[in-house]
Design a binder for this molecule. Structure first.
Ligand SMILES: *[C@@H]1O[C@H](CO)[C@@H](O)[C@H](O)[C@H]1NC(C)=O
Ligand SMILES: *[C@@H]1O[C@H](CO)[C@@H](O)[C@H](O)[C@H]1NC(C)=O
Ligand SMILES: *[C@@H]1O[C@H](CO)[C@@H](O)[C@H](O)[C@H]1NC(C)=O
Ligand SMILES: *[C@@H]1O[C@H](CO)[C@@H](O)[C@H](O)[C@H]1NC(C)=O
Ligand SMILES: *[C@@H]1O[C@H](CO)[C@@H](O)[C@H](O)[C@H]1NC(C)=O
Ligand SMILES: *[C@@H]1O[C@H](CO)[C@@H](O)[C@H](O)[C@H]1NC(C)=O
Ligand SMILES: *[C@@H]1O[C@H](CO)[C@@H](O)[C@H](O)[C@H]1NC(C)=O
Length: 459
């Protein structure tokens, strides 16, 4: 599906905005609802190691899979029956050496049609809002199995059988994210693949979580977002799109708080329309008026604008990316740094004793991936809409000739192309092979030196 949208990548808007033509007019970007439903995977047959180099460590950062809408809207009459009857939960237990997966726990949501559940009164089906669907589980399992083909079978970075302390997992405290992480690990080390390792699943308390927009951790981000919404540019967009929002809401039935004038409003419509489209559910109708394909396209277009505005076009985008993005990068880079320190150890005994994990698995949200791509300065504005199971790989390599360390980053299995700086006409780095010093120095400008100070509310 080809869409003409109001955003351009060819104009001067890449680095700034011209308030006289807002929203900026741009053509020929393809946003496809189907692209949103399913991210591309890395592919073992096209995957190539970096020349003359040794792979040391990998970070994978992915979004959860397909899900039910996160927001409850009064007039959403969809039967949300896409969720596993049994929720998906595995626990890996080291019961007997050599036998993996001693325990498999299954929890489930009750989808029986009992009056006591008030089934169908407000919300129909077997999902709760934001629950991972069966398809969502299998998306992450597939991603995990592609990782296995690359990093186990091809690169031999990881063992065929799960060994202790070779991988670790961090996910946010949101159930769909934990279940996505479990799906990924089940794809990477499928039941019966052997070994006797334990996988450590970690999550941060919400008060310290850096993997999403988090006013609990960083009160200032909410303030920055409010400032963004108050700009004349954003208000123009809001006013121009408001009649469409009202029209759609007659069908969807969001509460006044979602529809408030300060919201990032089309993002909330996309939250319902995307699961409907991605799961082949009937479009919503109310009193003879139905959502159309054009409405779905419009919604994606405006959603992309809202993301692009907050992460790139707005005068507050830099601060926003620092506070909701840079803080996570700080943790990723600290981990890379430790891996390099370890690799440089000369003492054999210490090296055997302190061997760190070879893969760190992070599972989060679109708001985990998006700031990373924005900070990387991706040149593809379509990247500002992160599909279900969207994934970034960050690989750490040691060059066998110059002995230096290099980073390679991939998004949905593809190279990430970065925008050239307008004054020097060169890109900050080639993410297909970026030397560690350059990578680290560039990202340092986005990492809050003192998170506590920067995150305080400004009076
Ligand atoms: C959009 O999709 C069409 C048809 O698939 C393709 O020819 C065109 O190059 C795409 N445009 C961009 C900007 O990707
Ligand atoms: C990987 O690439 C090969 C060759 O291009 C293709 O045949 C295969 O379908 C791809 N696999 C996936 C999972 O996309
Ligand atoms: C299991 O653990 C032991 C040490 O506890 C280790 O020696 C062995 O290699 C591990 N792997 C398998 C497949 O048993
Ligand atoms: C948006 O609409 C409101 C209410 O109609 C109006 O007060 C405001 O000036 C408009 N803003 C812009 C930037 O057009
Ligand atoms: C909300 O914004 C719309 C569009 O600008 C405007 O027409 C309406 O009066 C505003 N409502 C409130 C309560 O400010
Ligand atoms: C929901 O639908 C009812 C009629 O079915 C309609 O009267 C109402 O306006 C809709 N809700 C909203 C918030 O638009
Ligand atoms: C930047 O590089 C491109 C491609 O090499 C070239 O076409 C363009 O003229 C250059 N722009 C400037 C400002 O040097």
């Amino acid at each position: 599906m080809v869409l003409k949208i109001y955003l351009t990548i060819t104009s001067a808007l890449i680095y700034g905005i011209n308030a006289t033509s807002f929203p900026p007019v741009v053509e020929n970007q393809n946003i496809s609802k189907f692209a949103y439903c399913q991210a591309g995977y890395p592919n073992a047959s096209s995957y190539k190691p970096m020349d003359d180099s040794t792979l040391l460590f990998v970070q994978t950062i992915s979004r959860h899979g397909d899900r039910a809408p996160s927001n409850y809207a009064l007039n959403d009459t969809t039967v949300w029956d896409i969720c596993p009857h049994k929720q998906y939960r595995y626990a890996y237990a080291n019961t007997k050496p050599g036998i993996q997966g001693g325990v498999k726990i299954e929890a489930y949501t009750d989808d029986s049609d009992q009056a006591a559940n008030m089934a169908g009164l407000y919300w129909q089906g077997n999902c709760y809002t934001g629950q991972l669907s069966r398809k969502g589980v299998s998306q992450l399992e597939t991603y995990g199995s592609e990782l296995r083909k690359i990093y186990v079978d091809k690169m031999k970075l990881l063992d065929k059988e799960l060994e202790d302390n070779t991988i670790k997992v961090r996910h946010t405290g949101v159930p769909r994210v934990q279940e996505s992480a479990e799906g990924l690990v089940a794809g990477l080390y499928p039941f019966g693949s052997g070994g006797n390792g334990t996988v450590h699943f970690t999550s941060f308390p919400p008060e310290k979580e850096t993997m999403y927009f988090n006013p609990l951790m960083c009160p200032r981000v909410a303030q920055v977002k409010a400032l963004m919404r108050a700009t004349p540019e954003y208000q123009t967009y809001f006013n121009n799109s408001y009649s469409d929002a009202l029209r759609l809401n007659k069908i969807v039935g969001y509460s006044p708080s979602v529809m408030a004038n300060s919201s990032f409003i089309f993002y909330s419509f996309a939250d319902i329309f995307s699961p409907i489209e991605c799961n082949g559910k009937p479009k919503l109708c109310n009193e003879g008026t139905c959502i159309t394909d054009d409405d779905v396209e419009l919604t994606l277009k405006y959603t992309m604008f809202e993301y692009l505005y907050s992460r790139k076009l707005s005068p507050y985008a830099n601060e926003y990316n620092r506070l909701a993005g840079g803080a996570f990068f700080s943790q990723l880079n600290a981990e890379l740094s430790k891996q390099i320190d370890y690799d440089m150890l000369e003492n054999c005994a210490e090296k055997t004793k302190n061997r760190p994990v070879r893969m760190s698995i992070y599972v989060g949200h679109d708001e985990t991936i998006l700031p990373m791509l924005a900070i990387f300065k991706t040149n593809n504005i379509e990247n500002y809409i992160v599909p279900y199971a969207g994934n970034i790989l960050i690989e750490l390599w040691r060059n066998n000739i110059d002995k230096k360390y290099y980073i390679r980053a991939l998004y949905n299995g593809q190279q990430i192309l970065t925008l050239p700086d307008p004054t020097t006409n060169t890109s900050w780095c080639d993410l297909n092979k970026c030397d560690w010093d350059t990578y680290q120095k560039y990202l340092a400008q986005y990492i809050p030196a003192n998170v506590y100070q920067e995150c305080k509310l400004v009076q």
